[in-house]
Design a protein around this ligand. Structure first.
Ligand SMILES: NC(=O)C1=CN([C@@H]2O[C@H](COP(=O)(O)OP(=O)(O)OC[C@H]3O[C@@H](n4cnc5c(N)ncnc54)[C@H](OP(=O)(O)O)[C@@H]3O)[C@@H](O)[C@H]2O)C=CC1
Ligand SMILES: O=C(CO)[C@H](O)[C@H](O)COP(=O)(O)O
Length: 483
């Protein structure tokens, strides 16, 4: 009997691809699996996929031949040139109206290009952010598709069935926008993930300075997970704190303190600089990973460079309460920055990003999933054109309540020699953002004094003037463009 034609072909049988296939199979879809290294297809079919409807293919021709029309092919491999290579091979095998989904962590600028190039051949391309790691892929990830709008009706049911669901049963998957919008949203998700993880690491340093052991640390994070910090990352932090080796000792302190990074956090920071949006907390989180990687220099510096030794707070319970509040405040500020970046990219690329929908897409399934994202969705539902999360009543009240704890925790860190780049960045951003009349007048004066770059007067914004500060400078001024 002929095999049923496949609903989707999936290329790439590493951790994400295999689990997505099994998830789609559970939802009733027939998936055809392909991998560059054929042995992985055979192993998968004989192992995890045995007894399922999953079919295998030993070439891209065979994969395409086994699919219903319009064909939908999802690529789930290492991003960058490997994906270009696969697309180059697939393109001649596909017909106009077929869909290629790239589920990897691709650079949104590359996705912008591919949507355009494939579109010229009539092939519909979606760059689809996938988050949730192994478990998410298997049981319901957060999916962030963007690209050719005509592709969305073709894949909507399949992707929404595969995705996680919010507590109200909404799929954590919606069309994000044209071009590289889906991958931009996923990149920003990962940047926020970097920020959340860095804040948790700084909280861990502060707890260690209180002399807490790993059972106390685990209990604290478990308790925090029942507070406004309720989130997947806090939940798994508690599990990591409690994890012990076969010898019964906590595993965490045995792990080398050098963080890896695959590039999406860095690209978020680069994008923030490109667009001129102060996404300071994520940038500090990326630099904190870079600093962590300088292990050898840090080991040499430790005995040579002086600073205060940390002493524990007088009242540990009160300190931990403050720390929880500070973490919440910093998290609000980090997400406010992340959504500022999304808003700027949306305007620049005319993506018309729906911020409430993005918050709901991140509500479940992904690594940054949290109850807090439900509050963000509420804020943008209430006012879809909300200029800044900090102007929403709920978040305004929350930051007003918790900012003093953030201030006290940063002050404690400074006085006790504990590096808190993410907490400090959050506080500095907050204080800068609430300053109506700041010190940048001096930057303008200095620029005009040394380079005739001109400035505007408060009494006459929009008109640029130059002052002959020394009495012997000329009247010629530099032009006033901004990079
Ligand atoms: N791991 C995670 O938690 C998450 C990963 N992602 C993203 O999903 C994608 C897949 O991730 P993951 O499952 O971790 O796998 P990897 O990123 O480790 O990629 C391994 C897969 O890429 C294939 N591959 C590598 N180079 C080529 C090439 N030149 N041509 C064809 N295939 C190639 C491998 O094939 P072969 O077996 O032949 O070597 C294998 O199938 C990545 O873009 C990743 O960033 C997204 C969310 C979470
Ligand atoms: O996309 C993801 C989760 O959403 C991946 O886990 C990502 O690779 C993690 O990034 P990094 O390796 O840079 O920490």
């Amino acid at each position: 009997m002929a095999e049923t034609k496949g609903d989707i072909g999936l290329i790439g049988l590493a951790v994400m691809g295999q689990n997505l296939i099994l998830n789609m199979n559970d939802k009733g879809y027939t998936v055809v699996a392909y991998n560059r290294t054929q042995a992985k297809v055979d192993k998968f079919l004989a192992g995890e996929a045995s007894g399922t409807k999953v079919q295998g293919a030993s070439s891209l021709e065979e994969l395409v031949g086994k699919l219903k029309s319009p064909r939908v092919v999802m690529i789930m491999i290492k991003s960058g040139s490997p994906v270009d290579g696969v697309i180059d091979e697939l393109k001649p095998l596909l017909s106009p109206g077929d869909v290629i989904i790239d589920g990897g962590n691709e650079d949104y600028r590359i996705t912008n290009r591919r949507v355009k190039e494939l579109g010229e051949a009539g092939i519909l391309h979606l760059g689809c952010g996938v988050s949730g790691g192994e478990e998410g892929a298997r049981f319901g990830p957060s999916l962030m598709p963007g690209g050719a709008p005509e592709a969305w009706p073709i894949v909507k049911d399949l992707l929404q069935a595969t995705a996680a669901k919010t507590p109200d049963g909404e799929p954590c998957c919606d069309f994000m926008g044209s071009g590289g919008a889906g991958h931009f949203v996923k990149m920003t998700h990962n940047g926020i993930e970097y920020g959340d993880m860095q804040l948790i690491c700084e909280a861990y340093s502060l707890m260690l300075a209180q002399g807490m052991d790993h059972d106390e640390l685990a209990a604290t994070f478990t308790e925090w997970n029942s507070s406004e910090l309720d989130s997947y990352l806090i939940e798994i932090t508690a599990e990591i704190m409690a994890f012990r080796t076969d010898d019964g000792e906590p595993l965490l302190p045995l792990i080398l303190d050098k963080a890896g990074q695959k590039g999406t956090g860095r690209l978020t920071a680069i994008s923030a600089l490109d667009f001129g949006i102060p996404v300071t907390l994520i940038a500090e989180a990326v630099f904190a990973r870079c600093l962590s990687a300088l292990k050898d220099q840090r080991v040499r510096a430790a005995p040579q460079l002086s600073g205060p030794a940390a002493s524990s707070a007088d009242d540990r319970t009160a300190f931990l309460d403050k720390l929880r509040s500070a973490l919440y405040a910093a998290k609000i500020l980090s997400y406010a920055q992340g959504f500022m970046l999304l808003a700027e990219a949306s305007a620049k690329f005319e993506w018309e990003l729906n911020m409430a929908s993005i918050a709901l897409t991140w509500r479940e399934g992904c690594i940054i999933r949290s109850a807090f994202l439900g509050n963000i969705a509420d804020a943008y539902h209430k006012d879809p054109s909300l200029e800044n999360l900090l102007f929403d009543d709920f978040f305004n009240a929350a930051i007003t309540k918790h900012e003093s704890a953030l201030r006290e925790v940063v002050a404690y860190g400074v006085l006790n020699g504990i590096a808190l780049p993410a907490f400090s960045a959050a506080l500095s951003f907050y204080d800068g953002f609430r300053t109506a009349d700041g010190s940048a007048c001096l930057i303008q004066a200095l620029r005009d004094r040394f380079g005739a770059h001109q400035y505007e007067l408060k009494s006459n914004p929009g008109t640029f003037i130059h002052t002959n500060w020394t009495g012997h400078g000329g009247d010629v001024a530099s032009s006033t463009y901004n990079a």
